[in-house]
Design a protein around this ligand. Structure first.
Ligand SMILES: [Zn+2]
Length: 270
């Protein structure tokens, strides 16, 4: 059983401050990345307990060089660095039995800790076929394209709720409860990691009831940018179209191509 783990930082317990915790020049970043590595290790251990024989961990935050490889459980292989064609999902493939999201955050516009969708600076909302999605949904669709179910999302209470609304079979490990966008009630690392270990084991044990999630084709991604200038920049992409002043859409026959269009529009906007 091969297990894929995508690891972001904003949903890790103890991580609450944009900048100090999430930027490589942040004053408390070294602690944040150690906490992130601890939660990744908890998922790895849970997967091993459930019988995983191969584990891929993809570093999925910012420049994607956050996880401390020297502290990572050696049972896993680490994908590090950026850019990557599949971004937060690099390493997923048809040979994976399940995908797990660690340190995930809720979508822009929700009352979750450090909520955003791909780019906090430029993106207001993302829809696929008119379904409003956060990174959990966008990446679940990529897993679904390869026939892989997402079985567990770890993060705050708001991303847990977001995941359950889209993916009814999913398990969640709520390691913190949002108070404001940059404050939360956090489980201490020992407890957060025990919860992730236990939920990973449970999620993989009940793999039979999990289902891949994939929107119907043709797939249309629609991005509402924070202003008209960003949208005009994004609309330079061939085959994209302006839906309204701030919103650009791109359609493709398959989810992977549509996702590549989404990535390209957001990169062009900035
Ligand atoms: Zn992130």
């Amino acid at each position: 059983m091969k297990v894929f783990i995508s690891c972001d930082i904003e949903g890790v317990s103890g991580v609450v401050a944009s900048g100090p915790h999430t930027s490589s020049d942040g004053g408390d970043y070294q602690r944040a990345r150690a906490l992130m590595t601890g939660e990744a290790n908890a998922a790895i251990e849970g997967a091993l307990n459930a019988g995983a024989t191969e584990i891929i961990v993809n570093d999925s935050h910012g420049p994607m060089i956050n996880l401390l490889i020297e502290k990572l459980n050696p049972a896993a292989t680490l994908i590090s660095g950026a850019p990557k064609p599949l971004s937060m999902m690099q390493g997923i493939g048809k040979d994976c039995a399940a995908a797990i999201f660690v340190g995930y955050h809720s979508r822009m516009g929700t009352p979750g800790v450090l909520s955003h969708t791909i780019s906090g600076a430029s993106v207001a909302n993302v829809w696929v076929n008119d379904i409003l999605l956060g990174e959990t949904g966008i990446n679940a669709g990529l897993a679904g394209y390869f026939g892989v179910p997402v079985v567990l999302v770890c993060g705050d209470d708001v991303v847990s709720q977001e995941a359950r609304e889209l993916l009814p079979h999913i398990r969640t490990a709520t390691v913190k409860t949002a108070i404001t966008r940059q404050s939360a009630s956090c489980l201490p690392p020992e407890k957060a990691q025990a919860l992730i270990r236990q939920e990973t084991e449970q999620a993989l044990a009940s793999l039979g009831s999990a289902r891949p999630w994939l929107p119907d084709s043709p797939v249309t991604f629609k991005v509402e940018f924070k202003d008209f200038g960003l949208a005009m920049n994004a609309a330079r992409m061939p085959y994209s179209r302006l839906v309204d002043a701030n919103t650009v859409a791109f359609s493709a026959d398959d989810y992977l191509t549509a996702f590549q269009g989404l990535q390209a529009m957001i990169a062009l906007a900035r």
